[in-house]
Design a protein around this ligand. Structure first.
Ligand code: UT7
Length: 337
């Protein structure tokens, strides 16, 4: 029997507290006008003090499992993508597993930042196609708000990021008709570590000397993300377009056949430029950044869930996803829903 990987359940969860750009104006040296013009962001959700990344992931996972029609005991692997873990170790997937109460299955934590969900999708696809696993829960979840520099030094980064979680269930199904079956058609993963310090969070880190973190590092703000925004912007536009073309070429799919583009959401202008460069009609690109900001590994599954709820993503559609972020890492996925 030939196997395919199908996304059979989707769910998402964002914390209740909304922070508009006007709220941020009161907290730091910024304006609604600057944020909207440069990024497209209108608001983001930020957690309260008590909520962690695995808490958000837990809510999204329950919804994805319910949406799939499976029982949580049917899940045989969890792949967790985050750059904002509950703790340094163990991986946040282990904390999620304990909350879900599904012991003795494989749990894998991955990084890959804004590209984390597409890397996870690719890994899940390969495990399913190998025949070793049947129902894999993928979660992308982030709590950025607890790790942002909200002083003037950090405003170029702090206004961009939001908290949230998105989850999908990828399951093994029999391949009946490769051209019409709902399935992951292809994934393409890339990285270039020579740009690692263009967007990074230095501390704590074993590369920093004996302490991993000390008061001097804290005073320097090394515990906050540092970004060369212009460099990230230029590379993101180029690489996202490039990896979409690779996906189409290698899967023998014409770009015009794609019904919907679910891109990572880092900046509305990045997505517009990618669409313009590839002559993709803007109404085929589903954007959510205005509501959530950049939720990194959670972005694409949150977008999937919102697109389904909005009636934009329907069963049988051919979908392309692309993402770019810290590493630099970038990736694309082609899938039929
Ligand atoms: O998922 C991957 C993660 N990140 C990205 O993909 C981000 C990619 N980069 C970007 O989206 C853009 O570079 C940003 C939105 C981050 C910045 O836009 P920009 O047009 O590249 O602005 P800039 O960094 O060149 O800053 C322009 C001005 C500066 O002032 P001066 O030097 O011109 O006087 C900044 O100090 O805007 C100022 N500025 C701000 N002003 C108000 C920077 N941040 C803010 C702010 N509010 N939050």
């Amino acid at each position: 029997m030939k196997i395919r990987s199908e996304i059979i359940g989707v769910g998402s969860h964002v914390p209740a507290n909304i922070f508009t750009n006007f709220d941020l104006e009161k907290m730091m040296d910024t304006t609604d006008e600057w944020i909207q013009q440069r990024t497209g962001i209108v608001q983001r959700h930020w957690v309260d003090e008590a909520t962690s990344t695995s808490d958000l992931a837990y809510e999204a996972s329950l919804k994805a499992i319910a949406n799939s029609g499976l029982l949580k005991t049917d899940i045989d692997m969890i792949i967790f993508a985050t750059l904002s873990p509950d703790h340094e170790f163990p991986g946040t997937g282990c904390f999620l597993q304990a909350k879900l109460g599904i012991p003795e299955i494989a749990v894998l934590d991955i990084r890959q930042q804004c590209t984390g969900f597409l890397y996870a999708l690719s890994i899940a696809d390969k495990f399913i196609l190998s025949g070793s696993h049947k129902n894999i829960l993928i979660v992308g979840a982030e709590v950025h708000s607890k790790g942002l520099d909200k002083t003037p030094n950090g405003r170029n980064v702090a206004v961009l990021f939001g908290d949230g979680a998105g989850a999908v269930i990828v399951s093994a199904r029999e391949m009946l008709n490769p051209s019409s079956d709902s399935r992951i058609i292809s994934t393409h993963l890339f990285s270039d570590g020579s740009f690692a310090k263009e967007l990074w969070l230095p501390a704590p880190g074993t590369a920093l000397g004996a302490d991993r973190i000390n008061n001097k590092m804290l005073e320097q703000g090394l515990q906050y993300p540092q970004m060369n925004g212009k460099s990230v912007f230029v590379h993101a536009t180029k690489r996202m377009a490039e990896c979409l073309m690779t996906a189409c070429k290698e899967s023998k799919v014409d770009l015009n056949e794609i019904d919907l583009f679910l891109f990572h959401q880092a900046n509305l202008r990045i997505n517009s430029k990618v669409a313009e460069f590839l002559s993709i009609s803007e109404d085929k690109v589903f954007n959510t950044i205005q509501n959530y900001g950049n939720t990194t590994a959670a972005t694409i599954p949150i977008g999937m869930d919102d697109a389904i709820k909005a009636g934009v993503l329907k069963k049988g559609m051919l979908v392309a996803s692309a993402a770019f972020g810290s590493g630099f890492t970038w990736a694309s996925a082609l899938w039929r829903f």
